[in-house]
Write a new protein. Structure first.
Length: 394
């Protein structure tokens, strides 16, 4: 039976004062305060032995625990967390077990508790989840099936100029194939970075990007930019996320989060020194950091070099004999007959398109083996006519 009170200390003090007056027995006081006689006699004995200290409720926490993590193990955990401040308990546990194979390390839950107790975890505000679960649009089953590329947000370095880091990754193995620091995001810079990566790792089947410059152009057929036509020349098919849908390339965006955290306090004075920082991040991300999506393996152990090798010369492409071949001029259009034009895209300037009639005046328009769209020849009038290519949904 316990104390029926609002303040335990006040009731205990009143109990002792009334007992000290000598007007009440312990039994009578226990009935008045609605407690057992055992509890009353215990309080009196503690008061005689300890004085007013007995009025304070003692903590039931044990002074020691045989299951507590040893201090030496905690120091190992704290030390490696400070070295990798953005890594979670699961990754830290893998590294600790590799570095100290003879030591017994606690579970992930205990490691998180140790980090929180030492103020090494910052609490974050919970976000209200959206209805429904978004699934990635592209899910490769093997390395080199889909690579992804994107520019991480620009930031100023010590020379007061902006640095644009171009990142290229394999979507299956998560390996970072390259991070290239540029002063501006343009076709020439991205093409040169692609060539360097292609020479080292071979060619993918698809290149996944967003719709921003110079990767794509939402006004062009299939969103193809000048860079996309160059990729098709290498037998690589460009694919895109939907506009304003970065979650469709969530693996790449997750890597960008780690890159931002790593570089936040490592801003250098020159672009060459900043590139060295990016190279250090690549080595850590590929060779040291365990990845949950790879069953805590490392990308360097999963990825294999592509069997499709990069060719320094563009391999010529021949359209079937029944195709009608047209050339895109500098204004983005190709001549159709003597007086008419088909407008395709200025991004395709100088390239040869193949057109195939599929019946009733409808022609499919291809660049190499990629279908761009179709035109309706019946729309041609007597005077000079510009036919715009009809887009297809892919």
């Amino acid at each position: 039976m316990g104390w029926n009170i609002k303040s335990v200390m006040e009731q205990k003090l009143l109990f002792i004062k009334m007992w000290q007056s000598g007007d009440y027995t312990v039994t009578a006081l226990c009935d008045r305060f609605n407690i057992s006689r055992t509890t009353g006699h215990k309080l009196v004995k503690r008061f005689v032995r300890e004085g007013e200290k007995c009025l304070v409720t003692n903590s039931k926490t044990p002074h020691s625990s045989p299951y507590r993590t040893p201090e030496k193990i905690e120091n190992y955990i704290i030390k490696i967390r400070k070295k990798y401040p953005n890594w979670g308990a699961r990754k830290l546990k893998v590294l600790l077990e590799e570095k100290y194979p003879k030591k017994n390390f606690p579970s992930e839950t205990t490691i998180n508790a140790i980090l929180k107790r030492n103020n090494l975890i910052t609490s974050k505000r919970r976000r209200i989840p959206k209805e429904g679960k978004l699934n990635p649009k592209f899910d490769p089953s093997q390395p080199n099936e889909i690579w992804s590329a994107d520019y991480k947000g620009k930031f100023k370095i010590g020379n007061k100029r902006y640095c644009w880091p171009l990142t290229i990754c394999d979507s299956n193995s998560r390996i970072i194939l390259g991070i290239h620091c540029h002063y501006r995001p343009n076709y020439k810079s991205v093409k040169q970075a692609y060539i360097e990566v292609f020479r080292n790792y071979g060619l993918p089947q698809f290149m996944h990007t967003d719709n921003g410059t110079p990767f794509g152009s939402i006004r062009s057929p299939r969103r193809f930019s000048k860079l996309c036509y160059w990729l098709i020349d290498q037998d690589i098919t460009p694919v895109f996320s939907d506009p304003a849908s970065p979650q469709q390339n969530g693996r790449h965006e997750r890597m960008h989060k780690d890159l931002k955290a790593y570089c936040r306090h490592r801003i250098q004075k020159t672009m060459s020194k900043q590139q060295n920082v990016m190279n250090d991040f690549i080595r850590e991300y590929n060779n040291v950091r365990p990845h949950e999506s790879l069953q805590m393996n490392k990308p360097i152990n999963v990825h294999v070099v592509s069997e499709r090798k990069y060719s320094e010369k563009i391999i010529p492409f021949e359209y079937p004999l029944h195709f009608k071949v047209i050339k895109v001029t500098t204004n983005g259009a190709a001549r159709w007959g003597a007086y008419n034009w088909i407008f395709i895209s200025r991004s395709a300037t100088g390239r040869y398109m193949g057109t195939e009639e599929i019946g009733n005046g409808i022609w499919n328009v291809y660049y190499r083996n990629v279908l761009l769209g179709w035109i309706d020849e019946k729309a041609i009038r007597n005077s000079e006519t510009y036919l715009h290519i009809h887009r297809i949904k892919v």
